[in-house]
Design a protein around this ligand. Structure first.
Ligand code: GLU
Length: 452
């Protein structure tokens, strides 16, 4: 039998190999390190996982699609963006994962997101594989008509690679209800099919699920609550710092308030807002979702309880809980040190990989409960899978039913991660628990299905 340290050496070699084969993809390297570094105990304990080629297959996407997306702005000028869809792993079900439209998007970013998605989706237990896509298109400052033309051009190529049984995209940063609408319309036009299950995050009345917009944020708060419960505490009366001001942040703030906690911040790339009375979520929705404005406008309208801090770090604001809900690597080691100094009890990732490896290490060492995104923010994709189920059955569930399912799923994910961590001698380590539990499900399916 191989020992844990021999296994660790093998995994380290594999990581070096991954860096070699995928140059200039730092985010993908980071995501691969984060997972592989925690797998030694399970690979050493279960010889079938050490089978040559298993992990090598897992880190290589099944298919990667790169395409040109030409579109015309309102003045008739032609722009050329790059489109991506990485179909990473379909051992458990059709590829599933969002589309991100943001200027920072490149192949390495999409691969990191797709890789995370494999394990996240496995943790939901809902039979969905992992994928991710997007474009370096920047929707900020673009008119609705420009966004529509971009989405139509994007789908004109993407449609041939997706389908309700093949690959089911959804939203992510820069892709919300408006974009899903334009994408769905173009898919329907090209294919001449009402194939509701080809995209999730659709609008009410044309196949969308109630609670899908809320699901990522609500789910993350439920995960944080479960971590606190494990330590004999609850959310009541806790103060929270939340970063971001998009869909995830908004519904995180909303759920925190509903459960008796107080979210005192939100942010965007221009700076952050501190609101002593707690962020007024209806005003934030109006500014961000209706007017597509910035958080400084929120502070201006809110009055004396709120102040806008240009630049700066939202993690400087003292709080019991931190829920990073903006983007990758937004919470670094020094921010983590500040949080610890200010007495933070739990950090739960609403965004994908928002905490750097150094930050995670520091938080865990300080005894802070840390919920990794692939577990804590899985509520979004879980309700996407419930949307697929409703589409397939041509039915729609009540909000109460979806919320109940979401709560069960988040509690199950928490229990699975917690128990798996204990089983592999890492009590309280949700990173190890999430990675090993997600890995076991995908690896078992891959082994059963042969070398493909
Ligand atoms: N983009 C979300 C995530 O990171 C949701 C994906 C989906 O609903 O398919 O999990």
């Amino acid at each position: 039998m191989t020992t844990r340290s021999e296994t660790r050496t093998t995994l380290d070699h594999l990581l070096t190999e991954i860096e070699h084969r995928n140059p200039a993809q730092p985010e993908f390297h980071q995501a691969a390190h984060e997972v592989l570094e925690t797998l030694a105990p399970v690979v050493a304990a279960r010889p079938e996982y050490a089978e040559p080629g298993l992990i090598e297959r897992l880190v290589e996407p099944e298919r990667q699609v790169l395409f040109r997306v030409p579109w015309q702005d309102d003045k008739g000028r032609v722009h050329v963006n790059r489109g991506f869809r990485v179909e990473f792993n379909s051992a458990l079900g059709p590829y599933k994962g969002g589309l991100r439209f943001h200027p920072s998007v490149n192949l390495g970013v999409i691969k990191f997101l797709g890789f995370e998605q494999i394990f996240k989706n496995a943790l939901t237990g809902l039979g969905i594989g992992g994928g991710k896509g997007g474009s370096d298109f920047d929707p900020h400052g673009r008119s609705d008509a420009e966004v529509m033309r971009f989405c139509q051009s994007f789908m004109t190529e993407l449609h041939r690679h997706i389908g309700e049984h093949t690959d089911v995209p959804a939203g992510d940063i820069g892709v919300g209800g408006r974009e899903i609408g334009y994408l769905f319309g173009q898919y329907r036009r090209i294919t001449n099919r009402w194939e509701a299950g080809v995209l999730t995050g659709k609008g009410q009345g044309w196949g969308g699920s109630l609670i899908r917009p809320e699901a990522t944020g609500y789910g993350n708060v439920l995960f944080a609550a479960a971590m606190l419960r494990e330590r004999g505490e609850d959310l009541e009366g806790q103060t929270a710092v939340v970063s971001g001001s998009g869909n995830v942040a908004i519904y995180t703030i909303e759920k925190l308030a509903a459960l008796g906690a107080n979210a005192v911040t939100c942010s965007d790339s221009s700076g952050y807002v501190v609101d002593e009375k707690g962020v007024d979520v209806e005003l934030l929705k109006q500014v961000k979702e209706v007017e597509r404005g910035r958080v400084d406008t929120y502070a201006e309208r809110r009055g004396s309880s709120a102040r806008f801090v240009p630049g700066g770090s939202v993690w400087d604001v003292p709080a019991d809980l931190a829920l990073p809900s903006a983007t990758q690597n937004e919470l670094d080691e020094s921010a983590a040190a500040t949080l610890v100094r200010n007495g933070v009890k739990a950090v739960s990732e609403g965004a994908n990989m928002p905490a750097t490896p150094e930050a995670v290490h520091l938080l865990q060492k300080a005894g802070v409960a840390f919920g990794p995104g692939k577990a804590a923010n899985a509520g979004g994709v879980a309700v996407s899978a419930l949307e697929m189920a409703q589409n397939h059955a041509r039915t729609s569930w009540t909000a109460a039913k979806v919320e109940e399912e979401l709560a069960d799923i988040m509690n199950n994910i928490h229990t699975t991660c917690h128990e798996t961590a204990e089983r592999y001698d890492a009590p309280g380590d949700y990173v190890t628990g999430a990675n090993i539990a997600g890995f076991e499900r995908v690896a078992d399916a891959m082994l059963a299905q042969g070398v493909i």
